[in-house]
Design a protein around this ligand. Structure first.
Ligand code: DC
Length: 203
């Protein structure tokens, strides 16, 4: 079976959780494409030029602490460089169309990487709700974080991800929009699972 679930949306909207759960539920492979950009961003923080970092990306780069705020900000910056995006396209397309079904979450999966995806979800939530979730996730490991600072980061990343010329974050015309602002994790996952289940070919 070739079957792609494309999940796009802004930072901290719940894409990753939904993607992982769908993959587990339907036995598909899952790729968090943000990790690729984070890995490139992390290499630039170590002094490498962004395009060379993207072209030289290795599996080992995907390990390590890529969740940090400075890595996220660097990821958002390198993601605006067309040559960086181009270097990552083929691998993502191969993953999306490999046999067995795949779930990819990111910013441009339904619009650029896999416009032919069988299911497209655009997962979003208000900036305040997303900042609160990110704060709850990161505060335990970083005592310097403040709610205001995290909200500022979320807004800055939204502006960069949605405002860039190359593959900006936008819902595909045929995407189902899932606003998780007032949903629990279980509700959001349940809604997404129902959408995928109804699109799967009868077995
Ligand atoms: O989903 P994330 O927060 O891990 O993504 C980190 C950055 O990578 C995000 O600010 C934008 C960029 N990104 C992208 O441009 N395209 C993708 N498909 C995934 C992430």
């Amino acid at each position: 079976m070739i079957f792609t679930v494309a999940i796009d949306g802004p930072a901290a909207a719940g894409k990753g959780t939904i993607g992982r759960e769908i993959a587990a539920r339907f036995g598909m492979r899952h790729l968090d494409t943000g990790l690729l950009y984070r890995a490139v961003g992390a290499r630039t923080l170590r002094g490498e030029e962004a395009v060379a970092a993207a072209r030289g990306l290795e599996a080992a780069d995907l390990e390590g602490d890529l969740r940090r705020q400075d890595v996220a900000a660097a990821a958002s910056r390198v993601a605006a460089v067309p040559e960086v995006r181009a270097a990552l396209v083929d691998w993502q397309r191969g993953f999306a169309r490999a046999a067995g079904g795949a779930v990819l979450d990111g910013r441009d999966i339904g619009t650029v990487i896999c416009p032919e995806a069988e299911v497209k979800l655009y997962v979003t939530a208000s900036p305040e709700v997303r900042a609160e979730r990110r704060f709850a996730e990161l505060a335990a490991s970083d005592a310097t974080l403040t709610r205001e600072g995290v909200l500022e980061d979320v807004l800055a990343r939204d502006a960069r991800d949605m405002g860039r010329a190359e593959a900006p974050l936008v819902a595909a015309e045929d995407a189902v929009v899932l606003d998780t602002s007032t949903m629990s994790v279980e509700e959001a996952v349940g809604a997404a699972v129902a959408i995928v289940a109804s699109a799967l070919p009868a077995r």
